[in-house]
Write a protein that binds this ligand. Structure first.
Ligand code: C5P
Length: 236
């Protein structure tokens, strides 16, 4: 997957997603999450790939290793570019996910990249302490899971921009830091708490940014995409 911003296709139907995508170059990257995938199934992935989009299939798998391995074998067959699992499923589960992807990738094709979700960006310190009974801070827990993800052989993590530089220090620059919660300076935060601009993400060491409403809810989505891309690339 190239480094262009990944547009979160948080739409209720394939029709709405493709209507939105009309002005976009077909080389753009998109993220299909649970809502759209559960509604439209593998057909929407096939159609996006056929049109040339880079596809991040954001299903956040978390189950016993054998089940995750079999599921990943299926997802690899879709020809997607990026998939993910919850790192809290453990190292053996993540290794199994990787095995499944390798097995499901056709001869001569490139295996999809795979990243781990460390702590969800909706999780806060209180939940880590009182619900998960973890005796360290959220930031330390996220960093620990990033290292575990790397030990399991995965390509990177989903994290907030605020965690990106510590994870770069621990896991290196090449390790993917895919960061949502991106907003232009004068955009609404909506329900995101820990947000950053595309430029802040670049400076913090994010390798990819995921952008939803700053593009999809903009008056002119294509203009917003171009502005975000130029800030992300450091062109203005
Ligand atoms: O509209 P917005 O830019 O906030 O959308 C961000 C996208 O990234 C959504 O699809 C959301 O589900 C996803 N995401 C996130 N935080 C994570 C993982 C995924 O916001 N930790």
């Amino acid at each position: 997957m190239n480094k262009s911003p990944i547009i979160a296709l948080d739409f209720h139907s394939a029709e709405a997603a493709f209507t939105f995508l009309k002005p976009f170059e077909q080389s753009a990257n998109v993220k299909v999450g649970m809502q759209l995938y559960y509604k439209e199934g593998p057909a929407i992935i096939a159609k996006l790939k056929e049109k040339g989009y880079g596809v991040f299939l954001d299903l956040k798998l978390h189950d016993i290793p054998n089940t995750v391995k079999s599921a990943m074998e299926v997802l690899a067959g879709f020809g997607v570019d990026l998939v993910n699992v919850h790192a809290t499923g453990g190292k053996t589960m993540m290794e199994a996910a990787l095995e499944g992807l390798d097995k499901g990738t056709g001869a001569g094709l490139r295996r999809p990249s795979i990243i781990g979700v460390t702590q969800l960006t909706s999780t806060d310190d209180r939940q880590v302490r009182e619900e998960q009974l973890i005796g360290v801070s959220l930031a330390e827990s996220a960093l620990h899971y990033a290292k575990l993800t790397q030990d399991a052989g995965l390509d990177g993590v989903v994290c907030s921009v605020l965690e990106a530089s510590a994870i770069t220090q621990a896991c290196g620059q090449e390790f993917f830091k895919v960061t949502p919660g991106i907003r232009l300076a004068d955009d609404a935060k909506n329900d995101q708490i820990r947000i950053a601009t595309p430029e802040e993400a670049r400076r913090a060491g994010s390798t990819h940014i995921v952008v939803g409403r700053s593009i999809t809810a903009a008056k002119n989505p294509y203009e917003a995409y171009e502005l975000i891309t130029s800030q992300w690339e450091g062109l203005n």
